[in-house]
Design a protein around this ligand. Structure first.
Ligand code: BJW
Ligand code: ZN
Length: 260
């Protein structure tokens, strides 16, 4: 850890007060207190699969039924989840400073909880559980239907003893655009796929900083001289790059830091 690193909240709040441009980059830890499992903790499994082995274009190609069951389960869990005090502190901070700061929230999360909390200037870097993309015409549409198609009703249970998945491809969600009819997929950035470019400046909440390219945004901002604060339960590979590090649950830390 750098010798210049601080966890002085009063000092950080002063720096935040004078900041004109604030970027908040969040990861799975942001939603942990809302009951959404993180990726690299014990919760990163569904059935016997590590989430990262299903979040790939190859997995979808070889077994779209299994991948749709996984996402159906995740859509159900996230639909029931409520934003926690951390999400709410960010949304209220954005609202309070609408006229005196440029605030951008960049999230790696696909659960929609920042939007549910009321955050407006939001970039969902890895996509969203409630958007679909047609594999043929590429049209992206909002879709909050649960289940998203009849064949997925009562599917997706996370029980490790359930093996395989056998929904015929024709019964999975399909594009309704006249003349298309392509298979729909979740509008989510899977491993090996490209994501939108984003510029990052200020705060980092609840990400392990191991998944690229998001993992390099905050270290790059710090290297360019931006003040960067990290909020996490434990240090990450990027912690020593940052001027501030606050250890603790973000649902408790953010309401204090973003109080004014
Ligand atoms: C709390 C807390 C509380 C808990 N309060 N804190 C350069 C180097 C090496 C590899 C690569 C590289 N560039 C690209 C790669 C490959 C790959 C990658 O990064 N792999 C790494 C695993 C090494 N990246 C990609 O493939 C990306 N694409 C890309 O770069 O395209 C160009 C390319 C094309 C072709 C080939 C190669 C490159 C795309 C990555 C998209 C990742 N998408 C996922 C899946 C989404 C699907 C889904 O949700 O279903 O997004 S992966 C998964 O990880 C998910 C997350 O958004 C993302 C980040 O995870 P996050 O949010 O950091 O969560 P955790 O669980 O890791 O950490 C939680 C943290 O919270 C922990 O630190 C806890 O301590 C903390 N915490 N409770 C505060 N209450
Ligand atoms: Zn289509």
């Amino acid at each position: 850890m750098s010798t210049r690193q601080s966890s002085d909240m009063v000092k950080f709040r002063e720096a935040l007060k004078s900041a004109k441009n604030v970027v908040i980059l969040s990861g799975a830890g942001m939603s942990a207190e809302s009951g959404i499992p993180t990726f690299r903790g014990a919760g990163g499994y569904w059935r016997k699969y590590q989430s990262s082995s299903l979040a790939t274009p190859e997995a979808f190609k070889s077994n779209p039924s299994l991948v749709w069951e996984f996402y159906h389960y995740r859509r159900e869990v996230a639909a029931k989840a409520k934003p926690n005090p951390g999400h709410i502190a960010i949304a209220e901070y954005e609202k309070r400073h609408a006229s005196d700061k440029n605030i951008t929230v960049i999230t790696q999360n696909v659960d929609g909880l920042h939007a549910k909390a009321g955050t407006k200037n939001l970039l969902e870097l890895h996509g969203c559980l409630y958007k679909t993309r047609c594999t043929k015409c590429r049209e992206v549409l909002d879709n909050t239907d649960i289940p998203i198609c009849e064949a997925l009703s009562n599917r997706g249970a996370p029980d490790v003893n359930i093996v395989g998945s056998d929904i015929p491809v024709k019964s999975l969600p399909h594009c309704v655009k006249p003349g298309c009819g392509g298979l729909l997929r979740p509008h989510i950035v899977w491993f090996g796929e490209n994501l939108e470019k984003a510029v990052l400046d200020k705060a980092v909440v609840g990400t392990s900083s191991v998944v690229y390219p998001a993992a390099m945004f905050a270290p790059q901002a710090a290297a360019r001289g931006s003040i960067v604060a990290e909020f996490n339960l434990e240090p990450t590979p990027a912690t020593s790059d940052f001027q501030y590090y606050f250890e603790g649950p973000c649902g408790e830390m953010l309401p204090q830091v973003l109080a004014d």
